[in-house]
Design a protein around this ligand. Sequence first.
Ligand SMILES: [Zn+2]
Length: 474
Amino acid sequence: MVGIVKYNMAKISGKVVSVLAKRGPGSGGTYPGHIFTKIGGQESISKLASDLKIGSVLITGTNGKTTTTTLLIKLMSNDIQIRKSYENNILNSIATALLTQKGDMGIFEYGIRNLTYGIPDTVQKLIDPIGVVYTTISQEHTQVAGIKNPFEDYYKAKKLLSEGMQRGAIVTNADDPRTALIGLNKASDVNINYYGIEVDNVEDIGGEDIECPKCGQPLSYSKHFLNHRGVYTCQCGFKRPEPDVKLVNAEFNTDSWKLTIEGDLFNYTTSQNVKFNVVLSVPPFGFHNIYNTLASITAYATFTPKVENIESTVKEIFNNLDMSFIPPGRFEVVDIGGKYVGLGQGDNGDAIKINAMFMNQFVDGPLEFIYTTPDENEEEIFNDHFEVVKSMNPAHVIVVPGRKSIEKAKEYYEIIKKEYPDAEFYPLSYDEMGVRIEKLTELARDSDYDYVIMTGCGEEQAMWEEIKKKMINR
Ligand SMILES: [Zn+2]
């Protein structure tokens, strides 16, 4: 227990700092939370979190965290006042939001890379969330701060965020075997609300089969929706759970998509079952955003205290959605005078594949691939990336180091060159970010091709967002 004097002092200090501190994107930054924790100790965050009348919802996963959080914030803010934090997804940014904002519910993005640098079980204890929302779990950067990060540890860290929960609900993707298993394992402690796709016209041709997260045998898939997400079963008895919220119809047109979503689920805040059915008209935002849409709607319907609003709020938010909900640096396709350039972050195999699928909606002629490589010790990421490069059948390939090591990038380039003999290499340094951004912008803008995809590794805000701004401004 934290002494009340110490707690109040921490609270006052944190608030003073928040007035002085410059606010960062997505939240009030992290500094007030840092000061608060320094004075009051980490355990004082629990007391702060318990001020929330309804409670906190944490969003995690490999890809789609920020987008799902952004959409959930839009939905929930329509009904009630909330405290929120996204993009800066560490504990101090959650503490900052708790300290400096008002509202009965907290909606916080929380990213966990591994066990050494993340403290998921501690965060669970301190925040005592009423909800944890999982997007998807796939192989990410295989090294963190120079140390190899095995996938098992990464997966375990994601599990730990909800493992200690004794109240509330978990919202999780039924189509992803890894996130589905997290739900199945916690079904006796808390409510589990699954979301998934149940239409026939979303089918991923080159989907990835993975091993059963429960027993390690190969899963058998009857359908692939997006990479390893689909309809699967295992000999051990593990299989895809029935989604509580599902996409039941989809019509894809070039200028808009019509999505029908049905829900029948338990609302935790009011302790009652709710049903809804909505037909939404959204921008053609890519298949991965169907999952972000489902995750945010499921979380919203699970936690809103105003269940009578569900259908009207969901329609209000999604029928008025434009592409500005995409977080900075993420992949977008821009039309620069008849030339289509798809550009943005694709740090892992799952993300780059999604980018490629999104780009393919626009490609109608020879394509140039400008590929930004991973770093040393990231051969697995390179292998996943290279499969995607090849699947797009590019007419020309340009290779640029996406991370620090130019030497390693050159090695990756040599491998690519065997398949694409006229591939070019630009050894742009990470240290001279300005030069690098200028050159990458020029390569895409002055390309001889009408269709250019530029993706791979690179800093989201410092690099991709800057290039996007330059590209769009001209
Ligand atoms: Zn199994």
